[in-house]
Design a protein around this ligand. Structure first.
Ligand SMILES: Cc1ncc(COP(=O)(O)O)c(C=O)c1O
Length: 401
């Protein structure tokens, strides 16, 4: 019997090493990795520059505490300020922690302005993590069930619906912030329209709300720019980051600027491990490598080609609702639950996952080549076609109806 707590439905495979976008299991079988540890392995596996930097760092110092100066934290924050256009970075260790910090910033911002019970506008189908505050901010009943009472202070609206936010602005004077994943990840690769993001930003400016862009999954280069808000052409006030920020070393960051600058004062927040030298070396090396290797351009080019390839192979087929995404954040929505495709992918030597029950999700490393991107499409499309034709041949499940 396993002593690991049973919180994940795991696939029957263990990867023991990787190289670039390729993974190898215990038997030496090779898989094409189109998931990158759920958007974490920005530089792929075993990137020589990251491996050398981390090895060197382990031999120098791993952890020392925020009670002291941490020069690598300064360097990492400088890099993040430069690519984000924002001003201050709080380092933590995961996405939910980055979002927890963001929620605290919003509440503190409200209290500083005399709002005793500050509220935050959040989206349907959102996912911000699994702490009590972040699961309350999220839009999944499945994630919330069993953990009530939920944290108060969230007002939910549908994504891509500006009127709904305008209504809230008119009727709820406690609102101090909007919290949005500009491309929802766990919710099914739901892409915000850029005009919608700009409209949201306008509403925020008019009401002096914070614009908080959860880029934990969609940020850090995968869409072809460092951050999705840069496609829309404005600066948010708060940007939580994690996942790909240190190429696989656990790290999170709550980045603030604009109206959120200076909200946190000494004593308002903290983290024992946050900003440790090992993780910071991972951040600096990952960001420098993305820049030096032109990986933003690569993500835009290869991701664009993959989306086109998938549209050509699957678009318009019965059972395929939509192929969508931006750069290397890609979803294929089917009209029925398709979780079993993941195992079939593994059997065919391809790693991806399924989110929101019926959306095949691809989040490959930013180092993926055009040929490897083509190979993902060539391996995936026949699997989806076979799944759909076999499924249409038998009666649909209740869930699919
Ligand atoms: C947009 C978004 N925010 C927050 C999180 C939570 O991150 P973590 O699992 O590191 O706590 C995730 C994880 O999938 C995410 O996709």
């Amino acid at each position: 019997m396993s002593h690991v707590m049973n919180t994940y439905a795991r696939q029957p495979v263990a990867f023991v090493r990787g190289q670039g976008v390729w993974l190898y299991d215990e038997a030496g079988r090779k898989y094409l990795d189109a998931l990158a540890g759920i958007a974490v392995n920005t530089l792929g596996h075993n990137h020589p520059r990251l491996v050398a930097a981390l090895r060197e760092q382990v031999g120098a110092i791993i952890h020392c505490s925020n009670l002291f100066q941490v020069p690598l934290q300064e360097q990492a924050a400088d890099r993040i300020a430069e690519i984000s256009g924002l001003d201050e970075v709080f380092f933590c260790n995961s996405g939910l922690e980055a979002n927890e910090a963001a929620i605290k910033v919003a509440r503190k911002y409200g209290h500083d302005r005399g709002v005793a019970e500050p509220a935050i506008v959040v989206m349907e189908k959102a996912f911000h993590g699994r702490s009590l505050a972040t699961l309350s901010a999220g839009g999944s009943r499945k994630v919330q069930a069993g953990f009530e009472p939920l944290v108060q202070g969230f007002v939910r609206v549908p994504l891509n619906d500006l009127d709904a936010v305008r209504q809230v602005a008119t009727h709820n004077k406690n609102v101090v912030a909007v919290f949005v994943e500009p491309i929802q990840g766990e919710g099914g690769i739901n892409v915000s329209r850029l005009e919608y993001l700009r409209g949201l930003k306008e509403i925020c400016d008019r009401n002096e709300w914070l614009f908080m862009s959860d880029e934990v999954q969609c940020g850090l280069g995968r869409t072809g720019k460092w951050f999705v808000y840069q496609h829309a052409g404005f600066l948010p006030d708060v940007v939580p980051l994690a996942k790909g920020l240190a190429g696989g070393v656990p790290v999170g960051a709550c980045v603030v600027g604009g109206r959120a600058r200076g909200v946190f004062k000494p004593g308002n927040h903290g983290s024992t491990f946050g900003g440790n030298p090992l993780a910071m070396r991972g951040v600096v090396t990952t960001l420098d490598t993305v820049k030096d290797e032109g990986l933003l351009e690569n993500a835009a080019r290869v991701g664009g080609a993959m989306i086109e390839g998938l549209k050509a192979a699957l678009g318009g087929r019965p059972g395929v609702v939509e192929v969508r995404g931006r750069g290397l954040m890609i979803g294929i929505e089917l009209d029925r639950p398709c979780g079993e495709l993941v195992k079939r992918g593994l059997d065919a030597g391809l790693v991806f996952n399924v989110t929101a029950d019926n959306v095949v999700r691809l989040l490959p490393a930013l180092v993926i080549s055009e040929a490897e991107g083509r190979e993902v499409v060539e391996r995936l499309a026949p699997l989806v076609k076979a799944f759909l034709s076999q499924e249409t041949a038998r009666p649909k499940t209740a869930a699919a109806r």
